[in-house]
Design a protein around this ligand. Sequence first.
Ligand SMILES: *[C@@H]1O[C@H](CO)[C@@H](O)[C@H](O)[C@H]1NC(C)=O
Ligand SMILES: *[C@@H]1O[C@H](CO)[C@@H](O)[C@H](O)[C@H]1NC(C)=O
Length: 677
Amino acid sequence: MDLAISFAFLLFFPYVAQSQDFEFIFNGFNNSENLTREGASIFKPSGALKLTNATANVTGQAFYTRPIQMFNNKSRSYPNASSFSTSFVFAIRPAATSSRGGYGLAFILSPSTKFPGAQPGHYLGIFSSSNDGNPSNHIFAVEFDTVKGHNETSDSEGNHVGININSMSSNASRPAGYYDKNDDANLEEIILESNKPIRAWIEYDGVERVVNVTISYSLEEIDKPKKPLISRHIDLTPILKETMYVGFSAATGKKTSFHYILAWSFAINGAAPLLNISQLPLPPPSEESSSAFKPQVKVVIAIISAFTLVLLGILFFFTCYKKMTRKESLEDWELDCPHRFKYKDLYAATKGFKESEVIGVGGFGAVYKGIVPATGNEVAVKKIIQNSSQGMREFAAEIESLGRLRHKNLVNLQGWCKHKNDLLIVYDYIPNGGLDSLIFKPRNNFVLTWDARYNILKGVALGLLYLHEEWEQVVIHRDVKSSNVLIDAELNARLGDFGLARLFDHDKLSYTTNVVGTIGYLAPELARTGKVSTSSDVFAYGILLLEVVTGRRPIDNNSFVLVDWLMECQQLGQILDAVDPKLNSTYVVEEVELVLDLGLLCSHHKPEARPTMRQVARILSRDDPIPAVPDWGSVDFRSVSEMNSRSLELISGDMTTRSYPSSSFGGITSSSIDSGR
Ligand SMILES: *[C@@H]1O[C@H](CO)[C@@H](O)[C@H](O)[C@H]1NC(C)=O
Ligand SMILES: *[C@@H]1O[C@H](CO)[C@@H](O)[C@H](O)[C@H]1NC(C)=O
């Protein structure tokens, strides 16, 4: 009987294993939710995961938050550790530039994310002198160590890679290096603490019971070396527990290094997902450092430096006086940001921010067209004049993460640059400009056809769906409107200006509640409670739908309110009268009706009645029918429109300098609206 069961198990083994497949990938770490950090580890704005800082004897860890099922079957008779594979990119930089650092980092599988009593330094924050070597540790580690081990024979040199089971003395250990494709006899050395990104692959074959460890410099043109650095027969079945945490631990000792993980993927029963090497966060080039020089040397260096400085200062003053005004002075944190542009490049790209290069003006400042000299890429550079540098750092952090958004219906944000109190934001250049100008004031009697309009609206829906649901974080746009929808050469929609509303947090006009948006597109609950959500974006999208069909602005100065007017048309059964006359009756009736109904549904006064962007996208692509518009009840529409038009008064009274059609504003509190000022 027993035999029969085991036989059946062997037969079905592959299927059992596959049912437990699991994988994850981090192409950079931006406050990644699925990661648990311990000790000194932090996320850098660049997306690097930094495990240790410059303090002596610290440890830092990061783990995938959920424990992972490590055994390929639940059978008590034949438990068997599954195959797994992981790939990651790390960098190690000594804290003092002129000397060696310490200690190292390790990839680990551990039954817990806590290591009570674990010691820094040589123990890498995993083991301590009292539990080192104890089989009850159940820890598998691959160490990347930069310091010559002491009290042990196998870790005989610094700069090595080792496989460690339950102990800091390695089962297998090799000097760090890789075998070239064409010469697998010669080991090319890799200096671990060179601050160069290094890729590592760790693979365990659960059938053959072999652990392979491979490393190479992380460059796009370098493939994974064919021959692993270490290939060792080890059965992990007795070592691992059924569920294990997977992650990294690093430690400093008397000497210190920064240990970074830049990207990481992992898979059970399969190859670890491919990392996107071209988009790695960079380890910061320099930061807090503790000098390693002796005091006497320091004095000599100080004297020499002072002399040199005086000389250089004089030289500098005479030769570069004019250029000095354009000199970049970077604060420490700015060095961390891969999306930062150099001011001089943007200056050259826009021909010195020449008037003739201006392609748009708003309350914030101006937008210039530019061509980046080094690459020849066309860009749009938005120059925002801020009076304070307060908030700049938070803003930069936000740009750093928004800079990683990529979708065909978004205007990609390429980067930013701070110059004195000006902030420059660099976007893709989109040739046909804003949707509002194509609809409201087209050049040469150009009329956007119905097909083009429908396609644009679908595109905006996909862009918003990506922001709301498909990216790693929820991004609420907060300023969806026709002037923020740009139209590319193929007449596709590209939603722009996301997240910039934040900028106004530190504006002079900031109030306690921070409502940001544009009059006519503000969801009622937003102005009332200041609570922003994805459904307030849906509201604004609804208004955009109505605008594009009717060719009329959401509100105008003669207290015309588009939504009210459409509701009236609908009640009178004359909804098609509302269609933009410029379309000259050439449109698809069902599509027009669908968009108008959807527009009214999205701009419903109750947030819970509005669809999600996913539903909207499905309705527009005709995958789902449109639900009936819920009863509007006894809502007094006037109160919604009144609020929007009262805010208009407030704006035109207070913010005349910002009354450009495309300007955003910030900082209106519900109380200031209610009081009507
Ligand atoms: C380094 O990390 C430790 C542990 O989190 C912390 O106590 C210490 O202040 C940090 N040092 C620096 C220089 O940030
Ligand atoms: C480990 O390396 C050996 C030697 O190159 C190779 O034959 C084997 O397929 C590798 N196993 C895994 C799981 O990568």
